[in-house]
Design a binder for this molecule. Structure first.
Ligand SMILES: Nc1nc2c(c(=O)[nH]1)N[C@H]1C(S)=C(S)[C@@H](COP(=O)(O)OP(=O)(O)OC[C@H]3O[C@@H](n4cnc5c(=O)[nH]c(N)nc54)[C@H](O)[C@@H]3O)O[C@H]1N2
Ligand SMILES: Nc1nc2c(c(=O)[nH]1)N[C@H]1C(S)=C(S)[C@@H](COP(=O)(O)OP(=O)(O)OC[C@H]3O[C@@H](n4cnc5c(=O)[nH]c(N)nc54)[C@H](O)[C@@H]3O)O[C@H]1N2
Ligand SMILES: [Mo]
Length: 770
């Protein structure tokens, strides 16, 4: 199992020769094609490796991280040194000096999940500073609890595609419903039902309005182009459009007043602002026209259409990954409240259709086999995307969700299963942040840029090199993940590494509980079988049979197919009171208002970001870059794989550009260009296409960071857009990642094309003996 699907592999010798999707999967992902070619790639880490300066001079701040050579050591010595360093840091500075947020997706598999292993280990070692929330939904995880109280339904029990097909007249999708994203689920997915689901929706005659600067790639809807309308909005202006839609609903008496009165709180304050009663600036369709790029008539007509039939509004996760990303989340919810279809079959509000493969799967939530974690003795945390801020401002204050907190003084950064030099914003700044600490430890199968920026790199196995149990929150199957290959080089499982470290620190028995990995799998499976089997544990096969069969269907996996989101609340808002201050949906929030944040006031509002096409900065950098998820891989994983490479242009990440913008710059399809702004520069290979709005360019994330000097400037030669993005929280409320957008300029390369070096291992030298 992978995050992008379950499969069967044919192995000949120690090589994978064929991979086919799971027999029950109607739509296996092409990303499976990245696996076979990457297992033995030269970028694998094969031995424990230490940055030479760290080994020779000991721990301490170092700006050579990322450019220095490495020395390989034997495992025993490597683990002795690392255990001693962990002990030094916790003894001299306390466990608050260890940051192990370790954000990242690692691999599928419930036992060998790298973060779970790291967190269990460090909890038993005295604790660590954690990261909270995610890059994916940094705003909605913080704002929606204020508005809906319980967000369980929003994330875990969404309206099924079939229900939309049966009931919905109009779907308005802010962010589109990008098919490219729907192969993926954290932990894996066995039955990809999004494409067939969309086909059903379209076959039923439902109209889909996809509001996005990039033309939707809705697979399953090819036969019905006319039903899927592309509304190419100016990026980052969705809130303005939503407020204008609300304005039309209010002034044309299309608001469902019964719904507002019974199920919501704070409408008057919101409506007052939308009508401009105290500001003198009503949010009319005309007002929104100049911001969003849509004619006022069209906006008004959409509002009327929304009120005329059963309407489902979905807002993609991407809209929150930019400055003031809380606003479109909240505004979209309010719009759904005004229409009053929340809690009716196929109506209301959804979040993330097209962001993840299981949204719309209707699977309910069953428990999963789990590796126990235990409590963290340290309660310091940061919102994940504030990592550079923390490392650069030890002891500094930051605000978050109504609190004022302080950054801990971190001396050791420990990462297992993530790639911050892919995922974080403003990579130059991240490099400065990493140089400030004493020691950086990374567990990695590959020489990623993050591994190259570490002091201690320990080589890890891939999931094809070990046994595990695969499962995810809403999947139909639990998968027996058999080991397919023997590990490359001296790679070891994260579990084995932590066991030996725990042994050196005196708590091996507590860490392993005396169990081998296979015994852990048996225990996790059996515990789970009893938990979901309940009174009928015989429903599920025993471990041996499960292991032999290769998978098992999860009991009750289809239980939520007919679930109507917020249906119970609608039926009885007293008995099913929401856990919000009013018990109702907060159209305005006195709690959020009480925080006094100008960057996230008490109701949604249009806040002009620094980087959008209407801002002064656009004079200098006139193109709006969208740095979204890559179609050909998961994030940065297996970037050298066959499918990922096939999506590149001249070996660089592919950037989509409108023909007018290309012509203005003398750029033709296939050119490699410079993409730059005040923060940095990268190269990209251009695809000229009308499937993108004019003045918008799309350069997905995940090309391995490849810093090189070109013409005296430091650039990424491979196309990682995070050299261009701003490292700023979305607001003081959520402090989410705002990396999806940046203003840039693009020009022809003008010099010889430098070679991509991202996949080359660092220089390995032998140890200096004294
Ligand atoms: N500009 C911009 N930036 C973004 C985004 C954006 O939209 N725009 N999106 C953000 C989002 S939503 C996300 S989720 C992040 C993703 O960022 P990450 O989750 O950090 O990206 P991955 O490439 O999945 O990194 C996982 C790493 O784990 C390693 N790994 C795999 N298996 C194992 C294992 O068993 N053990 C160990 N130790 N390591 C393993 C892989 O080799 C890989 O390097 O990026 C974020 N960054
Ligand atoms: N193939 C593949 N699938 C993935 C992933 C991957 O790496 N590869 N990553 C997974 C992860 S971790 C996550 S969190 C999800 C993320 O899911 P999303 O956040 O939904 O995905 P993105 O690709 O960042 O953005 C989706 C689309 O939003 C639109 N968009 C961007 N900015 C704006 C805007 O300002 N306004 C409007 N209206 N639309 C805008 C663009 O069309 C863009 O392609 O994807 C998951 N799926
Ligand atoms: Mo994500």
């Amino acid at each position: 199992m992978t995050h992008w699907g379950s499969y069967t592999a044919t192995v000949t010798g120690n090589r994978i020769t064929a991979i086919t999707g799971h027999r029950d999967d109607p739509d296996p992902s092409e990303l499976l094609g990245n696996i076979a070619s990457t297992v033995t790639h030269r970028s694998r880490v094969t031995k424990p490796s230490f940055r030479r300066g760290w080994l020779e001079n000991g721990p301490g701040p170092a700006d050579r991280r990322g450019s220095e050579e490495f020395v390989e050591l034997e495992w025993d010595e490597a683990l002795d040194l690392l255990a001693a360093e962990i002990d030094r840091v916790r003894t001299d500075h306390g466990n608050k000096a260890i940051y192990a947020g370790s954000y990242g997706w690692a691999s599928a598999g419930r036992f060998h999940h790298a973060q779970s292993q790291l967190h269990r280990f460090l909890k038993q070692a005295g604790g660590y500073v954690a990261g909270v929330n995610s890059y994916s939904t940094g705003c909605s995880e913080v704002i929606f609890p204020h508005l809906l109280g319980n967000t369980f339904e929003l994330y875990r029990k969404h309206t099924h595609w079939q229900q939309l097909a049966d009931n919905t007249d109009l779907i308005v999708a802010f962010g589109g419903i990008p098919t490219k994203n729907m192969a993926v689920v954290p932990g894996g997915i066995t039955v990809h039902n999004a494409r067939p689901g969309i086909a059903e929706v379209v076959a039923a005659g439902t109209r889909i309005v996809a509001v996005t600067p990039i033309k939707p790639d809705l697979k399953g809807a090819e036969s019905a182009d006319s039903q899927v309308e592309w509304w190419p909005i100016v990026p980052a202006t969705d809130t303005a459009m939503m407020l204008a839609l609300a304005h039309t609903l209010i002034v044309e008496n299309l608001v469902d007043e019964g719904f507002i009165a019974t199920y919501t709180d704070g409408y008057d304050e919101f409506a007052h602002d939308v009508l401009g009663l105290s500001t003198g600036a009503p949010r009319t369709a005309e007002w929104a026209e100049s911001i969003t790029g849509f004619p006022a008539d069209k906006i008004r007509e959409l509002a009327r259409n929304m009120a005329a039939g059963r309407t489902f509004i979905t807002v993609g996760w991407s809209l929150q990954r930019s400055k003031y990303g809380e606003q479109p989340m909240w505004a979209a919810l309010n719009l759904a409240c005004l229409l009053g279809h929340i809690g009716l079959p196929g109506g209301g509000f959804g979040h993330g259709y097209g962001s993840m493969g299981d949204v719309g799967a209707g699977r309910g939530m069953t428990p999963l086999p789990a590796f126990p974690q235990g409590p963290n003795p340290i309660d310091d945390f940061i919102p994940v995307a504030r990592v550079s801020d923390m490392l650069l401002n030890p002891g500094g204050e930051f605000e978050y969700n109504g609190e004022i907190r302080r950054y801990p003084d971190v001396k050791m950064v420990y990462w297992a299963g993530g790639n911050p030099f892919h995922h974080h914003q403003d990579l130059d700044r991240l490099e400065r942040a990493f140089s400030a600490v004493d020691t950086v430890v990374v567990h990695e199968p590959y020489w990623t840029s993050s591994a190259k920026h570490a002091d201690i790199v320990l080589p890890c196995t891939l999931s094809v090199e070990r046994e595990d149990i695969g499962g995810s929150r809403q999947d139909s199957h639990v998968i027996a993940m058999h080991a397919l290959l023997s590990p490359v080089g001296e790679a070891r499982d994260d579990f084995a590494i932590f066991t030996d470290l725990a042994d050196r620190l005196g708590f091996a028995q507590q860490f392993t509980e005396g169990l081998s990995p296979r015994e852990w799998l048996e225990k996790m499976y059996s515990t789970w079988a009893v938990e979901v089997g309940g009174s009928q544990p015989t429903e599920l096969p025993n471990f041996e049979t499960f292991w032999q069969d290769g998978d098992v269907r999860v009991p009750g996996a289809d239980s939520a197919r007919d679930h109507v989101m917020f249906g119970q609340f609608r039926a009885d808002p007293v008995a099913h009171r929401l856990p919000t201050p009013s018990g109702l949906i907060q159209i305005s929030s006195p709690v959020v208002a009480s925080f006094g944040y100008d960057d996230c006031p008490g109701h949604p509002t249009w806040l002009e970001p620094e980087e959008w096409l209407g801002s002064p900065l656009a004079q200098k950098f006139p193109l709006h870059l969208i740095a979204d998820q890559p179609a050909g891989r998961l994030h940065s994983q297996l970037d050298m794989g066959e499918i990922s490479m096939a999506h590149k242009v001249s070996g660089r990440e592919r950037m989509r550009m409108h023909p007018d913008n290309a012509k203005e710059r003398g750029i033709t399809d296939g050119d490699v260009v410079r993409v730059f702004n005040d923060k940095g520069e990268c190269l990209a290979g251009v695809q000229v296409t009308e499937t993108i709005r004019r003045d918008v360019v799309q350069l997905p994330t995940g090309a391995w960071f490849d810093p090189q000097i070109l013409d005296g400037r430091r650039i990424c030669a491979h196309g990682n857009p995070n050299v261009l993005t701003t490292d700023q929280g979305t607001s003081r409320l959520a402090q989410g990642c705002s990396g999806a957008h940046a203003l840039v300029q693009v020009c022809l390369l003008g010099v010889a094309l430098p070679q991509v070096q991202a996949f080359e291992p660092p220089v390995i030298v032998s140890r200096k003996r004294d």
